[in-house]
Design a protein around this ligand. Structure first.
Ligand SMILES: Cc1cc2nc3c(=O)[nH]c(=O)nc-3n(C[C@H](O)[C@H](O)[C@H](O)COP(=O)(O)OP(=O)(O)OC[C@H]3O[C@@H](n4cnc5c(N)ncnc54)[C@H](O)[C@@H]3O)c2cc1C
Length: 397
């Protein structure tokens, strides 16, 4: 007997996510949990083909936004993301069957010279002005909190809202969570051309109602209409920003916190201690410069003595997906039904759960979150100044 129309269930919306980095996987998980049928395409043969696995996994809610620029919409998005993280990590761990090593110990910012102390005062004031909690630590409080610091420190600030995870574990757990939720992870699929229209046809012939572009620093695929005419996404080209990193074996007294100086950070994980990172705008090569890496060790060891002799486990370079104004592009592109989740630059790990929420709100619920307005991908088309201003190159995440 035919089912009466009122009780017939609507077919789930079919969505393809292109890119299996932290952004694409987080978006896929959120879309799936809201009932969509989701497939993830990646050109790599396994997880970790992009920059996510090369990152430090810091969830720098306070440090990045107090230290850099005055972009309040990005700072608000970052803080929102930071608040999502504990629940998000717990969910990924539950569904993915293991830890992502979320640490909520906060980060420490230390100053060693007069000039750095002045910089740290400015940072403390910026935190206060933005309502970001930050506690100045006395010498004895710093010693008690972080005995691994052996170098002379003039002043120190604790940023309790900063967190960190292990990005490789995060990718692994996300992959397991998606597989368990029935999301197909299609590796070895470099998506170069897509036919658009009412539905989108992928190179493997499968058709989807919506597409999410999470291709990181790689150029987005080309789109053509049903008759072969090119369709423009209206997106700026991604800007590569190279970052070099050193990984040392944990040995002796290793830090409990992420520690920032003006020049470097030290991000301790259970399997290694990361010291980084360079910020080389416009560079897309992954060559490691021994002098840069030696500089990380020297500056790290000046602060944390145990790093002087710690065996080097690895050193690498990754390419951050920058945008013309260093803010992400999240929302519908000029092709209806194609959603960008791009340009996360130095904060893709931090921002991933917030990006996933925004994308799912838009696709599944048809609403644009107030936090998302400033990140519309079409903002560069308007002729006027983009609402965000790029930060300068130098050292850090
Ligand atoms: C040294 C360094 C330190 C960093 N530290 C931090 C940090 O502490 N905290 C933080 O939040 N961020 C940090 N970042 C930035 C962070 O790594 C990025 O913002 C984030 O990983 C971007 O994630 P993504 O998913 O957009 O890109 P990716 O991880 O690069 O994923 C994109 C995926 O898309 C795939 N792809 C691309 N094009 C196609 C195509 N046409 N077809 C199929 N697949 C395709 C790629 O294979 C890749 O797997 C750091 C970056 C560097 C380099």
């Amino acid at each position: 007997m035919p089912t009466p129309p009122s009780s017939r269930k609507a077919a789930p919306i079919r969505i393809a996510v292109i890119g299996a980095g932290v952004v694409g996987l987080s978006v896929a998980l959120e879309l799936r949990s809201r009932g969509a049928e989701v497939a993830v395409y990646d050109r790599g043969l396994e997880l970790g083909a992009g920059v996510t696995i090369r990152s430090a996994g810091m969830l720098g809610v306070a440090f990045d936004w107090a230290a850099e620029g005055d972009d309040r919409s990005l700072a608000a998005l970052a803080r929102h993301a930071g608040m999502l993280w504990p629940d998000y990590a717990a969910r990924v761990e539950r569904l993915g069957g293991g830890s992502v090593e979320l640490s909520s110990a906060g980060s420490l910012v230390v100053a060693r010279t007069d000039a750095e102390a002045e910089w740290l005062e400015g940072l403390t004031a910026a935190c206060q002005a933005r309502g970001l909690p930050g506690h100045t630590l006395t010498r004895s409080a710093l010693e008690a909190r972080e005995p691994a610091i052996t170098g002379k420190v003039r002043s120190a600030l604790l940023l309790p809202e900063d967190q960190q995870v292990d990005p490789a574990l995060l990718l692994q757990r996300l992959g397991a969570a998606l597989a368990r939720a029935g999301v197909g992870l299609r590796f070895g699929r470099h998506v170069e051309g897509i036919v658009g229209g009412q539905v989108f046809q992928m190179p493997d012939g499968d058709r989807f109602d919506r597409l999410v572009l999470a291709t990181g620093v790689q150029a987005a695929p080309a789109f053509v209409g049903p008759r072969g005419a090119p369709l423009a996404l209206g997106l700026p080209a991604p800007i590569p920003v190279k970052g070099q990193m050193l990984a040392l074996a944990p040995s002796g007294q290793t830090p409990r916190h992420v520690i920032h100086t003006r020049d470097i950070y030290i991000a301790p994980k259970s399997r290694w201690v990361l010291v980084g990172a360079s910020v080389e705008r416009g560079r897309a090569d992954t060559e490691v410069d021994p002098a840069v890496v030696a500089g990380f060790r020297k500056r790290g060891a000046e602060l944390v003595g145990a790093l002087a002799e710690a065996p080097e486990l690895s050193a690498w370079a990754g390419i951050r997906p920058g945008s013309p104004d260093d803010a992400p592009l999240i929302g519908e592109t000029a092709i209806p039904g194609v959603i960008a989740a791009l340009g996360h630059y130095r904060n893709g790990v931090l921002l991933a759960p917030a990006t996933a929420e925004i994308v799912a709100d838009q696709i599944i619920d048809g609403k644009v979150s107030p936090l998302a307005g400033a990140f519309a991908p079409g903002r560069f088309d308007k002729g006027g100044e983009a609402p965000h201003s790029p930060s300068s190159s130098g050292l850090d995440n």
